[in-house]
Ligand binder design. Structure first.
Ligand code: HEM
Length: 424
């Protein structure tokens, strides 16, 4: 984190466009015009420290290239960047994208860890989890209906609660801890943003430390009384080194990432979709009339306003990718959200269209070795959540001003006031 902060604070002083995108709060409400400005500068826009791309083909090729590394590759860069990266992180404060997180690990270690976690997120498992998603959505909607309030914050009452309940059940998190974990996850989410102010950075790292302690205690508890959940399965793989095992530090990193990813992303997908549908009421009516289109609502929201706006890769040696020469040691900022509006791939990319035939060519879940492990789960959660919400409250309206989250890499709403209206 210190490293990305250094990158961007330095770059921001040099006035580079993508550093401004990252640091300028004025661009937070709507970064999309700035992405187009970046696109007009070329397929790979070199900066003093990082380069950036908005190009769909180049982004995809970099994400899939076997030699291109995730952030951890930064440790191998020449000094001073390498030195900064090797400076390391306190293992009790390692955030969701710090080593040994899956998101910061390459090669055989990544494959080993990912295989162990993947078991809980296969398409078959997700189909089994759909019943839980439906039952949870039903319960939350009943609660909103019973409360009968004219106005409700949809994030707090629904969009955040559903993913927490589901990932909580998968991992075996007791319900009494959900709120606390949600609060920690919310603070920790800002660690993905460069250029964090000191106060938010301190709050985020103390939330992460608290999550590490929570995971450690729960792993102990699961070892004593294992349940039928992912944390118990992982906790019972003991020892280290072997193909099928995780070190304690890796186990904490995996649990932390799955918790944070489960809590902090799908909530944004659901709330971004509700706001987009509010602005496109005819398409909302169409989805209500043709329920197969709810999957299209989810894909098009992922394309048009994705919860994860960008990622970072390091090119370890001189490479030609998609006809573009990239010098060894270059970190490349991949603007996934901008690639999703690349006119070479999507017709009328600035138009929101739930019936778009190739919406699922988006890169909202990344691509290649680090393709989102929770993609099938997130898609199912959002589809079920949006369909059930709008079917229960067909006149639902955004009522008041939605408030965007302060985070930039994670894009969604902090508060989304809605008037639920009549019950169908
Ligand atoms: C990785 C997006 C939901 C777990 C990723 C990446 C993206 C992403 C872009 C890759 C980042 C990169 O390549 O640098 C999203 C979005 C979601 C979502 C947009 C919801 C709409 C979830 C959920 C889980 C999850 C519900 C719960 C298990 C993970 C994990 C990784 C990951 C574990 C790391 C995979 C690896 O490095 O091998 N996600 N995610 N995600 N996601 Fe998600």
């Amino acid at each position: 984190h210190a490293l990305t902060r250094a990158f961007f604070e330095h770059a921001a002083r040099s006035g580079e466009l993508f550093a401004r995108i990252d640091c300028d709060p004025a661009l937070r409400a709507d970064p999309y015009p700035a992405y187009e400005e970046l696109r007009s500068l070329g397929r790979l826009v070199p900066g003093r420290i990082v380069s950036a791309t908005t190009d769909h083909a180049l982004t995809t090729a970099l994400l899939r290239h076997p030699d291109v590394r995730v952030g951890a590759g930064l440790r191998e860069l020449p000094d001073p960047l390498g030195a900064l990266a090797r400076w390391g992180t306190d293992p009790w404060a390692a955030g969701p994208i710090d080593p040994p997180s899956l998101l910061a690990t390459d090669g055989v270690d990544h494959v080993r860890m990912r295989r162990l976690v993947n078991r809980a997120f296969t398409a078959r498992q997700v189909r089994a989890q759909e019943d839980l998603v439906t039952a949870t959505a039903e319960r939350l909607l009943d609660r909103i209906e019973r409360a009968g309030a004219e106005r409700t914050d949809l994030v707090d009452a629904y969009a955040a609660q559903l993913p927490v309940a589901v990932i909580g059940a998968i991992l075996g998190v007791p319900e009494r801890d959900h709120r606390q974990l949600l609060a920690w996850g919310n603070s920790a989410a800002s660690l993905l943003d460069p250029g964090l102010r000191w106060g938010r950075y301190r709050r985020a790292s103390s939330a992460v430390r608290a999550m590490h302690r929570w995971v450690t205690e729960h792993v102990e508890e699961k070892r004593r009384h294992p349940g039928d959940d992912l944390l118990s399965q992982l906790a019972l793989l003991d020892g280290d080194g072997d193909e099928t095992q995780l070190t304690d530090l890796e186990l904490r990193a995996v649990a932390l990432l799955v918790l944070a990813a489960g809590f902090e992303t799908t909530v944004n997908l659901i709330s971004n979709a509700v706001v987009l549908l509010e602005g496109h009421r005819a398409q909302r009516e169409r989805a209500l009339a043709e329920p197969d289109l709810w999957a299209g609502v989810v894909e098009e929201t992922l394309r048009f306003d994705p919860p994860v706006q960008n990622s970072l890769r390091v090119v370890p040696h001189d490479l030609e990718v998609e006809g573009v020469e990239i010098a060894g040691g270059t970190p490349v900022l991949l603007f996934l959200a901008a690639a999703n509006r690349d006119p070479a791939v999507f017709d009328d990319p600035q138009v929101f269209d739930i019936a778009r035939p190739n919406a699922n060519a988006h890169l909202a879940f990344s691509s290649g070795a680090h393709y989102c492990l929770g993609a099938a789960l997130a898609r199912a959660e959002a589809r079920i959540a949006l369909q059930m919400l709008h079917e229960r409250f067909p006149d639902l309206r955004v009522d008041g001003s939605p408030q965007r989250r302060e985070t930039r890499v994670l894009r969604g709403f902090e508060r989304l006031p809605v008037a639920p209206g009549r019950v169908a």
